[in-house]
Design a protein. Structure first.
Length: 368
């Protein structure tokens, strides 16, 4: 039986990031619970990046008890047996690494027992964790039907526990920061429920999760580099199905195929395309996401080259296209996505159509 996390608070990834940062400041180990593919490992890597700390990723189910305690050897200088600690653990006294004990409750009880002293006392045998090294662990819940074992109470009581939930807004921010493919972002803006659909009782091997959508994103970027024929598209469909399941993959590929008949976002931003009639809602989401993505990419270059006036011309074309081709709801959505999700630095003084836009939609955007 596995340790359940029913008595822990459920938080978003953004909230979890703040909680972990605070726990680290007081050097208390964290235990992150959550369903498969929800982003537990990504959270730890993000923390390592933000705190400028190396992450030592230890998958405990793959370890034996001796892997944690180390191997005994005879020290001829002192005439005694000693333990050689595992090479994965940091030995530099100045180390500021994060030791990540992933899938801790998936490890056999004997391995968990060997980890007790490391977690409880920050040492094992003669080895001691450097003072500034941080500890964090993660595991699946009992209800996830994975291979897990009950975490002993003394060990559980040493952690600060929290359970992560899927939050679309948090995922969107992560997706933008990590350059998840625009086709994936655009589709999920239209089909939010398909971000995560995990049923532990269902007999399915592939299902949509934040992790599996990142796999799809990689596939899309790879496909973008090739001139695909019908065979390639069939293989692409098979691979997407292997990531998120056949039903969701079919809807995603339909969205992607429709996008192929839409104008290129960069052509709209350059002012080459000013109208596009009879675009379905999913296509409007795709265009809006694509334009925001292109604006964000070009903004970094414009800021570096000090060409923000030219960039604002593109931004003005983006706004004008939405006003001329989208309904009020989609236009407001696009503006909020540009400002809030993608963080585009619009300067109203450099937007020729700002006054018209604000008079028509400003109040609605503020109220949304």
């Amino acid at each position: 039986m596995a340790q359940m996390a029913t008595d822990t608070r459920t938080v978003t990834l953004k909230q979890a990031e703040k909680i972990c940062s605070k726990a680290f400041r007081i050097k208390r180990p964290m235990m992150i619970w959550g369903a498969p593919g929800i982003g537990k490992s990504d959270l730890v890597r993000l923390l390592g990046k933000k705190l400028k700390r190396d992450v030592v990723d230890i998958r405990l189910p793959l370890w034996e008890p001796t892997d944690i305690k180390g191997m005994p050897f005879y020290n001829a200088k002192i005439g005694k047996m000693e333990w050689a600690p595992p090479a994965e653990l940091p030995t530099d006294p100045k180390s500021k690494a994060i030791v990540f004990l992933d899938e801790i409750n998936g490890a056999a009880p004997s391995v968990q027992a060997a980890a007790y002293q490391l977690i409880l006392d920050r040492k094992i045998g003669t080895y001691k964790l450097p003072e500034n090294v941080l500890l964090i662990a993660a595991g699946n819940r009992e209800t996830d039907k994975g291979v897990t074992y009950r975490m002993p109470k003394p060990l559980a009581n040493r952690f600060i526990h929290m359970e992560i939930k899927v939050d679309f807004t948090c995922w969107m921010e992560w997706a933008v920061d990590n350059q998840i493919h625009p086709d994936v972002v655009g589709y999920l803006q239209f089909q939010k429920k398909d971000l995560y659909d995990f049923n532990p009782t269902a007999d399915t091997k592939a299902f949509p999760t934040p992790r599996s959508w990142s796999f799809v994103s990689e596939l899309m970027y790879d496909s973008d580099t090739e001139k695909a024929d019908d065979t390639d598209r069939s293989l692409e469909m098979d691979m997407v199905s292997g990531c998120v399941g056949e039903g969701v993959a079919t809807k995603f590929q339909t969205h992607r195929n429709q996008k192929m008949h839409l104008p290129l976002p960069e052509d709209i931003l350059e002012g080459k395309v000013k109208s596009c009639a009879n675009v379905e809602v999913s296509g409007q989401y795709a265009l809006t996401t694509g334009m925001c993505y292109e604006l964000k990419e070009s903004c970094a270059v414009a800021e570096k080259e000090k060409k923000m006036d030219a960039w604002h011309e593109k931004a003005g074309n983006f706004i004008q296209f939405m006003m001329d081709n989208f309904n009020t709801e989609m236009t407001i959505f696009g503006a909020r996505m540009a400002l809030k999700t993608y963080g585009l630095p619009f300067d109203h003084r450099k937007l020729a159509n700002f006054k018209d836009f604000f008079e028509r939609f400003g109040k609605l955007i503020i109220e949304a």
